[in-house]
Design a protein around this ligand. Structure first.
Ligand code: SAH
Ligand code: AVI
Length: 334
């Protein structure tokens, strides 16, 4: 009975993209066959990669997750009161671990939104959804499985009701600047005057702390980074010598971003079976696997303004380590 009640409150759909999304083969052709070589960060998140990301969040060096969680623990009540959501859509929800603070505040305040997590990593999202409906008898979870870079125009959200769109973890920082603005514009297009966006963004700080956060002593981030090559080996019938690639994390002060890279340990050829191609990697040659942009209060304001949004509250971690911003449409209509 209890199980079937929980199942009734947990649904899932595969999101239909608004526009064609590049396949892994397209992305590998565009990124790995060009110089400098690169791969989109979304391929980190197979089931193992999603677990490794959770493990990164538990390392002492990776401060962003703890900083964001502390801000959510302190301000979830005021955020829920300000947004009064009927629907909570979360982009890149992962394990929904930090979102629990928002749901707990909803519970305390008697506000009962439907929760719509949206992630490319289906299993972790469904496990989290099952756990959440077990925790809150009032909660319905509708998991959206897909790639949010395919657009937000066809989500099955009802038209009525106030929306709180949640984008945590600093994940918007993984977009390049123009793509981040485009993504925020798509979010703004989902919002009406009373709707709110809750956005977590990591801040620029000293190089030492930033680089340490992306190169933890336990080697978890290194394993997360290398896992993308395991994904390629499995999905594309490739033969990267995964263990021979060195993890690198470098802060680029000009672009205010961490760049994660994988450097080949020796000269070798890689067969990409699915592409019927071989690439030659020289010793030390790098593949850029992720950008993680860092922000300042001024750059956050500019980013929001470029997307037609404006902050209604800005919560900052001690020492300006991290920002949790609640925003609405700048024109206040929609
Ligand atoms: N919000 C969580 C997880 C952040 S990790 C937190 O703050 O801890 C980034 C999440 O975004 C992962 O769960 C990953 O699967 C998801 N993700 C990355 N690229 C995506 C894409 N293009 N479409 C949908 N989800 C994506
Ligand atoms: C999900 N994203 C915001 C993380 C980040 O910090 O850019 C992914 C990550 N990469 C390495 N460590 C964590």
């Amino acid at each position: 009975m209890r199980v079937s009640e929980q199942t009734d409150r947990l649904a899932s759909s595969v999101v239909t993209p608004d526009r064609a999304v590049a396949t892994l083969t397209d992305d590998v052709r565009a990124g790995l066959l060009s110089r400098p070589r690169w791969l989109p960060a979304k391929y980190f998140y197979d089931d193992h990669g999603s677990e490794l990301f959770e493990a990164i969040c538990a390392t002492p060096a990776y401060y962003p997750s703890r900083a964001e969680e502390a801000l959510l623990a302190a301000h979830a009540g005021s955020i829920v009161e300000a947004a009064s959501p009927d629907h909570m859509l979360e982009l890149g929800s992962g394990s929904s671990r930090k979102t629990r603070h928002l749901l707990a505040a909803c519970d305390r305040l008697g506000r009962h939104p439907v929760y719509w997590p949206f992630d490319v990593s289906a299993q972790m999202m469904l496990d989290a959804g099952a756990d959440l409906v077990g925790r809150y008898p009032w909660l319905s979870v509708h998991a959206l499985i897909g790639d949010y870079t395919g657009g937000l125009g066809r989500l099955p959200l009802p038209h009525s009701g106030r929306r709180l769109i949640v984008f945590l973890g600093g994940t918007l920082g993984n977009f390049e600047p123009a793509a981040a603005i485009a993504m925020l514009r798509e979010i703004a297009a989902l919002m009406r005057a009373d709707d709110r966006l809750l956005l977590g963004l990591d801040r620029v700080k000293d190089r030492g702390r930033l680089e340490a956060a992306y190169d933890d002593a336990e080697g978890v981030t290194a394993a997360f980074n290398r896992n993308v090559l395991t994904v390629l080996n499995r999905e594309l019938d490739a033969d990267f010598p995964v263990a021979d690639y060195r993890h690198r994390a470098v802060f680029d002060t000009e672009h205010e971003r961490i760049e994660m890279r994988l450097a080949a340990g020796h000269d070798h050829s890689v067969r990409l079976g699915a592409l019927d191609t071989v690439i030659d990697m020289a010793a030390g040659e790098e593949i850029v696997t992720e950008f993680s942009h860092k922000f300042t209060p001024a750059s956050i304001e500019r980013l929001l303004a470029a997307a037609g949004l404006a902050a209604t509250a800005h919560h900052e971690a001690e020492g300006g380590d991290y920002s949790l911003v609640l925003a609405g449409r700048a024109d206040g209509d929609g």
